[in-house]
Design a protein around this ligand. Structure first.
Ligand code: ZN
Length: 567
């Protein structure tokens, strides 16, 4: 099997690609039979796979070393080309939607493809191409600004990712100064960060108006492929979070303050320290963590065993943090080779293990779906993708001893607690963006005010007069998604609500829960979020019931835990 470093790269020729689309769109329109139309369809599938493989290779290689001038240029050019190509793909999609053979296509490939095509068609017009280009360049500017951060701390210089261990240090003074040092970097770059976001909100609002919407919110929903729920459902979810989860999360944080012997509500720096003795840290080196990952997937199921060997033996996981590497982590795929790819930055915290469980959960789902045609149906919409990954984190609980040694209980207790405090945070991120895009005229200062107000509602356990930058209501500026992928964040919250249902099932019967998980994973993107949760016999989290039940179950588990062990 070809390894990642051996995969050839050549920039796809934009003009040739456009000509290809024009030709195939013409063939498709003139097709007299379904077979003829299907032939053009499959050719376009191959072209899309190749284009996406090239663009992804360039992006990954740029992200691994952002100082590499060649891939920096390639990533930029491809980002610029994408909206220009969009005109061609739009014409192709219009032809698909207008096809007299739609019924035959639906029969062969399922209905979700057309459902998503309809959303896509409503979210684009050639008129917004230049706006999309501007948008994507601003996102690159934001990402490069964060990647360029050099933070002076205790006599050395660190990137944002490298600051994370200090921000979780068990030494109160060190942890606090790490938060202050990091916050000071954001404050120093605050004007730039405000300016980038201001421009993004204006551009997105302009695009929405050109497409006939009042503001960006409905367009944002279309771009996030919301194919089975709307703003009202999300509002109902937010209400359920406030009612069912915020009180349980508050209890978690009160116990945390007691355990640490610190003031409640918590300061930002204290919230980051879950245990006085420090958070659970993975045992061993990066290689040990990868080896334990291999063991976990080998023991979990035959399908996961095959998958992890492909990943590790094909150099498909670049996980070690180094200078020049872009921050964060993600999972993507290289369709020409039918393999996923995992990118991340190991930093010695429990996040490293999450790469093995969370990101590899995505990758496993992608690997299982690698032969599905059309490729668009290999991945579901993003909230369902996050079910794959967040649930995998819970399925790994019995193997926590391999990753964390004698700190495994600390890990589990915190993992579950984090899930409960995360959902309110994530819901706040989404609520914030609704306010921002409903009021594009707001000034940066007004946006910071909204964030400060929402903190009171969704995170009443936080002290808001504390660390500069965070206490100033500007903490949202470090949340990549708010800049780069508007309205993405609620997807994590919806997914976590489903993953918690899987967690509850594993508490009863791990094997039975795994079987239901596989039922969901095997359907990949051939179904909507609601249909996928139905297929696994789970509840969608839009009504109050789903969250009420898991919150009660989680509360019971946490209260039944021997807290004496947790110092
Ligand atoms: Zn994920």
């Amino acid at each position: 099997m070809i390894k990642f470093s051996q995969m050839p790269y050549a920039r796809p020729d934009l003009d040739k690609t456009k000509a290809f689309y024009a030709e195939e769109t013409e063939c498709f329109r003139n097709a007299k039979t379904f077979e003829e139309a299907d032939e053009a369809f499959l050719k376009v599938q191959e072209e899309e796979k190749h284009y996406s493989t090239m663009a992804t290779i360039a992006q990954i290689r740029h992200d691994i070393d952002s100082t590499d001038a060649f891939y920096d240029e390639e990533a930029r050019e491809l980002a610029k080309a994408r909206p220009m190509l969009r005109e061609s793909t739009h014409a192709w999609e219009q032809a698909l939607l207008a096809s007299p053979f739609r019924k035959d296509f639906e029969k062969k490939y399922g209905e979700v493809m057309f459902l998503n095509l309809e959303l896509e068609a409503r979210s684009f017009s050639p008129e917004i191409v230049s706006d999309m280009q501007e948008e994507s360049l601003l996102c690159i500017e934001y990402s490069n600004l964060l990647a360029s951060a050099q933070i002076e701390f205790e006599g050395s210089t660190y990137t944002l990712a490298q600051m994370t261990p200090f921000k979780q240090s068990k030494d109160d003074a060190q942890r606090r100064s790490a938060w202050i040092a990091e916050g000071a970097w954001y404050t120093a770059n605050g004007e730039k960060l405000d300016e980038i976001y201001d421009k993004l909100v204006a551009i997105r609002t302009r695009m929405a108006k050109k497409l006939g919407f009042d503001n960006y919110i409905p367009l944002g929903y279309l771009r996030m492929q919301r194919n089975c729920y709307d703003q009202k459902d999300v509002e109902a979810f937010r209400a359920s979070v406030r009612e069912n989860l915020v009180p349980v999360a508050e209890e978690v944080c009160k116990k945390q303050a007691e355990r640490l012997g610190v003031q409640y509500p918590l300061s930002f720096a204290d919230e980051a320290l879950f245990y006085r003795s420090g958070n659970a840290r993975p045992v061993g080196t990066a290689d040990d963590i990868l080896a334990n990952g291999r063991k976990f997937y080998h023991e979990l199921s035959p399908e996961t065993a095959e998958f992890i060997d492909v990943m590790l033996d094909g150099e498909l996981m670049d996980v070690v943090a180094k200078k020049g590497k872009v921050g964060g982590g993600y999972c993507t795929s290289l369709p020409d080779y039918k393999v996923p790819f995992i990118f991340s930055n190991f930093n010695g915290t429990q996040g490293d293990v999450e790469v093995i469980t969370h990101e590899a959960g995505h990758a496993f789902a992608g690997y299982m779906a690698r032969n599905i045609v059309p490729t668009e149906c290999q991945w579901p919409s993003l909230e369902s993708c996050e079910i794959h990954s967040m649930s995998m984190e819970f399925f790994a609980w019995p193997w926590a001893g391999d990753f964390f040694g004698d700190q495994q209980d600390k890990f589990r207790y915190k993992h579950l607690s984090d899930a409960l405090t995360f959902i309110p945070y994530g819901t706040m991120v989404d609520h914030f963006q609704h306010e921002v895009y409903a009021h594009p005229e707001y000034t940066p200062e007004q946006r910071h005010d909204i964030w400060r107000d929402l903190l009171k509602v969704y995170m009443p356990w936080m002290r808001r007069d504390d660390i500069p930058f965070y206490g100033d209501g500007k903490g949202w500026q470090r949340q990549h998604h708010i800049y780069e992928s508007p309205f993405y964040y609620i997807d994590y919250c919806l997914a976590q609500s489903v993953a918690l249902q899987f967690w509850a099932l594993t508490q009863e019967d791990h094997a039975a829960a795994w079987k239901r998980y596989m039922d969901l994973v095997k359907l990949a993107g051939t179904r909507t979020f609601r249909q996928l949760t139905d297929a696994a016999g789970l509840e969608t989290p839009f009504g109050p019931e789903a969250l009420r039940k898991v919150a009660a179950k989680a509360k019971e588990w946490l209260e039944g835990f021997d807290a004496g062990k947790l110092q």
